[in-house]
Design a protein around this ligand. Structure first.
Ligand code: SF4
Length: 430
């Protein structure tokens, strides 16, 4: 098993602790917005420090990929690293993205592989992810994430587990998914020596139900014109939902955001002084300049009113039933933001996106196009549906999530300015 090197985690913690520095901080006059940003920093700091301490104590730590339900690890009291989010963000916080890309190249990982996963490979090769003794991945949504666990576990010399998910959503699929989770629980019990606390799992699932309701409330409040929420907030909500699923801290955070939005909606106060355009975000904006970009859009009077991966649910809204925790987690997967529209028949995503474009009254959409990502085929159908069914144009911005050499902040701004000219001329014609 690999020896861990805490340099990167220590560096990321140090960056987050600095006031006015670190990747999460933004310069804004609005004090309530800054209070929320401070909470994001604090939640990340608690999370990173918790994992670091657990690893230093030699505890059994799990590394998991997107959409693997954190609730299982919480109920078993097993610390767990959300690999994608944390490898990317600790790299950005410590300024080592280029070094990571070079390490991945030296390992023979092709440039055409999604840069997030090149970063992950470099972290596991170097031993920068503390304490991980099992990798859990999901065979759904992202092909690269489905495969990325393989090299990660090889570099660490540890086992891995893949959760298989049926393509279609139906009763049989829910049972199958729940059985997969049960297999995972048995493996965790065998490997960690800890037992599943089924009462705790029920409570965690109940709390997850609460976070889902709050997220839906936030989604509804965001339909208001002018838009009450900062452009950067949606992805913060998404990432924190990944690592604070089924916790009271997660509920407290969402409640603060919801209350802030309620206040603004009541006062008819928009997040920008004069709202020029409302956009829909069809994919995640580049992480290397996400905050700068979202702030610049606001300066331009442009709000991102809906991020379809974060605020679109999918087939049906199913309430979490704590008495059936594993089935409830299956419903969360099939009908939750992200996989609700990304996994399964493409028509479901198309219908949801067209509906969201109308509900959120958007003028245009942005597709942060990443040629390394196989999901581009799916997004193409969303983009075409927006144009053909509701006449909404989409800006296609080629970029890479981590690597600014594909498109820098300034190059992205230029392309967006051209798109805003198009939106302006459409408005004049109306
Ligand atoms: S950009 Fe695409 S390939 Fe990369 S992590 Fe996201 S879904 Fe996976």
């Amino acid at each position: 098993m690999k020896n861990y090197d805490m340099t990167i985690w220590d560096g990321a913690i140090e960056a987050l602790e600095k006031p006015g520095d670190g990747w999460i901080n933004v310069a804004m006059e609005d004090s309530s917005a800054l209070v929320l940003d401070k909470k994001v920093k604090d939640l990340y700091l608690d999370y990173l420090k918790g994992i670091r301490e657990a690893a230093l104590r030699g505890e059994y730590v799990v590394g998991f990929f997107t959409s693997v339900p954190y609730e299982i690890f919480r109920a078993m009291d097993i610390p767990a690293v959300q690999i994608i989010n944390i490898c990317a963000l600790t790299s950005l916080a410590t300024g080592i993205v280029e070094e990571c890309q070079n390490i991945a190249s030296d390992l023979g990982i092709m440039f055409e592989t999604c840069s997030v996963h090149r970063v992950i490979a470099s972290h596991f090769h170097k031993g920068w992810v503390p304490g991980v003794k099992l990798i859990v991945r999901m065979f759904a949504g992202c092909d690269t994430a489905s495969s990325s666990g393989g090299p990660s576990s090889d570099y660490y010399g540890i086992p891995e587990f893949g959760i298989d998910v049926p393509y279609e959503y139906n009763e049989r699929a829910v049972k199958y998914y729940a059985a997969e989770l049960l297999d995972l629980i048995h493996l965790l019990e065998e490997q960690s020596g800890k037992k599943m606390d089924w009462d705790k799992l029920k409570e965690v699932v109940r709390l997850t139900g609460e976070t889902r309701r709050l997220t839906q409330e936030i989604a509804d409040l965001r339909k208001t014109v002018p838009s009450p929420m900062e452009n950067r907030r949606a992805w913060q909500l998404n990432w924190l939902n990944w690592i604070y699923a089924g916790t009271q801290e997660g509920i407290n955070w969402l409640t603060t955001v919801r209350d802030d939005l309620k206040q603004r909606v009541k006062k008819k106060e928009g997040v920008v002084k004069e709202e020029k355009f409302r956009l829909m975000d069809l994919w995640m904006s580049p992480l290397h300049c996400n905050l700068k970009l979202m702030g610049w859009l606001e300066e331009m009077g442009v709000v991102v009113a809906n991020e379809c991966l974060v605020f679109t649910w999918g087939k049906e809204i199913v309430e979490m039933d704590p008495s059936k925790p594993l089935e409830s987690l299956a419903h969360k997967f099939f009908n939750g933001p992200l996989m609700g529209i990304l996994h399964g028949p493409i028509e479901i995503g198309v219908d949801c996106i067209v509906k969201a474009a109308k509900d959120y009254q958007v003028d245009g959409a942005i597709w942060w196009q990443n040629n390394c990502c196989r999901n581009t085929g799916v997004i193409h159908t969303w983009k075409d549906a927006l144009k053909n069914q509701v006449g909404i144009p989409t800006a296609e911005i080629e970029n890479d999530l981590m690597d600014p050499s594909i498109a820098s902040f300034d190059q992205i701004k230029e392309k967006l300015e051209e798109f805003f000219e198009l939106l302006e001329s459409r408005k004049k014609e109306e």
